[in-house]
Design a protein around this ligand. Structure first.
Ligand code: SF4
Length: 62
């Protein structure tokens, strides 16, 4: 089971992760992406695709 983690020091709030996987990522008021699912599977997300799409490499899987 893969759980996505966002490095908020790196995240620039571009919204790519939220568009690809809205059940796992949400841009909040602070302009950063927050993980809102328990796991990629639970969120029905291809998290590896999102990891690869993040322009600043802010997302990892644990
Ligand atoms: S794709 Fe990366 S930089 Fe863009 S909002 Fe998501 S975590 Fe932040």
């Amino acid at each position: 089971m893969a759980v996505p983690v966002v490095d908020h020091e790196k995240c620039v709030g571009c919204g790519t992760c939220e568009s690809l996987c809205p059940d796992c990522f949400k841009i909040k008021e602070d302009g950063k992406s927050w993980v809102v699912c328990d796991s990629c599977e639970a969120g029905n997300c291809n998290c590896q695709e999102v990891v690869d799409a993040c322009p600043v490499g802010a997302i990892s899987l644990q």
